[in-house]
Write a protein that binds this ligand. Structure first.
Ligand SMILES: C[S@@+](CC[C@H](N)C(=O)[O-])C[C@H]1O[C@@H](n2cnc3c(N)ncnc32)[C@H](O)[C@@H]1O
Length: 465
């Protein structure tokens, strides 16, 4: 199918004479994330689910309007048209300068656009993988307790991308006997398939969130959801400028939930025993999934892996230049707590490690290696505090798969941010390609992230009074 959607996955770059992603058959196989995604040794529930995502994405796609045209909002509920590529060689209503192709990836162009991630199939896959990863580690597509006890009737998914979160949420509510929840997805580019074809009560609105006024009346939604949008909204000094608008369109009594991930990577230090009083459902979910709750006082060191250190330095420089907050997770709690219109604020923060960690394997602070798997241990009502979080010497297949997926999405993000990171590193293409090849070998083949390096993710929620 000659669609913008399908043709925009990273096409192979011409071979070069230096080692790197594009330097010939060997590196083309070994050093691309697509190859890794296929070959990664993960007996994985998560990656199997990703196969399902591929079919989710191959559904019909709404027509692609260029991002500039989103300066006026467009509502689309139709499934009849298929995507058309805004090709440079084709005359169409899509102007070719609305996107720019860099290293075979498609980015939104424009002097005022600082969004550093691509809008192409590889990036959409990465975002989908993150959605599956986070839904798995949280145990549901949302964390706000009020949403389970009183499902919403109308939901707004801001910056919806492929709409996978909405469709997952629809499935979740349907299983609870609420198949008619109405979902509205909003994004600057209409890449979400028509979820109506999957039975979702769905409409899509194309809108540029830099135009702060959302195209909805006051108090329109029972739930407003925002996931991984910090790079799309340069702060210009004020964090999450869209926040006020989210509250305006939320009904009184409605729930706001925000999922974010920090851009830089730290290394989690060996974790102390967990007091039995905190052994709640969320903690049990963390133990089952091999993730670590992040609470005040959780100990970190700087990343020990030198490639990750490089990435940290370059991403800091690149995002600061674009006025994008590096650590959105640190600003969300105060922002919500200070807002008078919100009550019942809560959050859940987790570290998803990028692989098996030396101190877990060595049983530092807990059982020695070779001890029982968490699933065989005394977690739960009978544990009476015997369980220590460091008793995780042996990872289950599912836990390994989640970590492989976290690593994969991290490396894919480096690939997605390549133009911005390369500029920040001041490397030429050949030098960058050599760094990339070394990083891939180190992280995937040599399991280089063994010092506790992990994604810091979180969910924040509150009720509008
Ligand atoms: C990192 S993705 C997250 C997508 C989705 N929330 C998810 O988690 O799968 C960011 C999304 O923001 C969209 N975006 C970027 N700039 C935007 C803008 N100015 N207005 C609206 N959406 C924008 C992108 O098209 C992309 O779908």
């Amino acid at each position: 199918m000659d669609s913008w959607f399908n043709s925009s996955s990273s096409p192979p770059r011409p071979p070069k004479g230096t080692p790197g992603r594009n330097s010939g058959p060997l590196t083309a196989v070994v050093h691309t994330t697509a190859a890794l995604q296929a070959s990664i040794n993960a007996p994985t529930t998560v990656l199997r689910r990703n196969a399902h995502l591929a079919s989710h994405q191959s559904l019909s796609i709404s027509p692609i309007s260029n991002p500039a045209s989103a300066s006026g909002s467009t509502v689309s509920t139709s499934s009849s048209s298929k995507a058309t590529i805004p090709q440079k060689t084709k005359k169409s209503r899509y102007t070719s300068d609305s996107y720019t192709i860099r290293n075979g990836r498609r980015y939104i162009a424009g002097p005022k656009c600082s969004y550093p991630l691509p809008c192409d199939v590889a990036e959409l896959n990465r975002q989908n993988l993150r959605t599956v990863l986070l839904t798995t580690v949280y145990g549901a597509p949302f964390c706000a307790p009020l949403v389970s006890s009183k499902p919403p009737k109308t939901v707004l998914d801001l910056g919806c991308g492929t709409g996978l979160w909405s469709s997952t949420c629809h499935d979740y509510f349907s299983r609870l006997g609420h198949p008619d929840v109405e979902f509205t997805g909003l994004d600057i580019v209409p890449v979400a398939p028509d979820l109506k074809e999957q039975g979702v009560n769905w409409r899509f609105v194309q809108h540029d969130l830099r135009r702060l006024q959302l195209p909805f009346p006051d108090e329109s939604f029972d739930m407003v959801f925002l996931k991984d949008m910090s790079m799309a909204m340069p702060t210009g000094g004020s964090e999450f400028p869209i926040f006020e608008e989210m509250l305006r369109v939320l009904k009184s009594g409605g729930v706001i939930e925000i999922w974010e991930s920090d851009a830089t990577i730290r290394a989690l230090l060996p974790q102390p025993a967990i007091p039995p009083s905190t052994m709640d459902r969320a903690l049990q979910q963390a133990i089952t999934t091999g993730t670590y709750p992040l609470v005040p006082g959780t100990g970190f060191s700087t990343a020990q892996n030198t490639y990750i250190q490089d990435y940290n330095a370059w991403v800091s420089k690149a995002l600061e230049k674009r006025m994008i907050t590096l650590l959105p997770c640190t600003v969300l709690s105060p922002m919500m707590l200070q807002e008078e219109k919100l009550a019942d604020c809560g959050n859940r923060r987790l570290v998803v490690l990028l692989g098996e960690v030396r101190w877990e394997r060595e049983g530092v602070g807990g059982r020695p290696s070779g001890s029982r798997r968490p699933s065989e241990s005394s977690v739960g009502s009978g544990s009476k505090g015997k369980y220590r979080q460091t008793e995780r010497a042996a990872l289950t297949d599912e836990q390994s798969a989640l970590r492989s997926t976290a690593l994969l999405t991290f490396v894919q993000m480096i690939e997605s941010l390549e133009p911005a990171l390369k500029e920040a590193s001041q490397k030429g293409q050949d030098e960058w390609d050599r760094w990339w090849a070394g990083m891939m070998t180190n992280l995937f083949e040599q399991k280089g992230a063994m010092s506790g390096e992990g994604l810091e993710v979180g969910s924040w929620w509150a009720r509008k009074v």
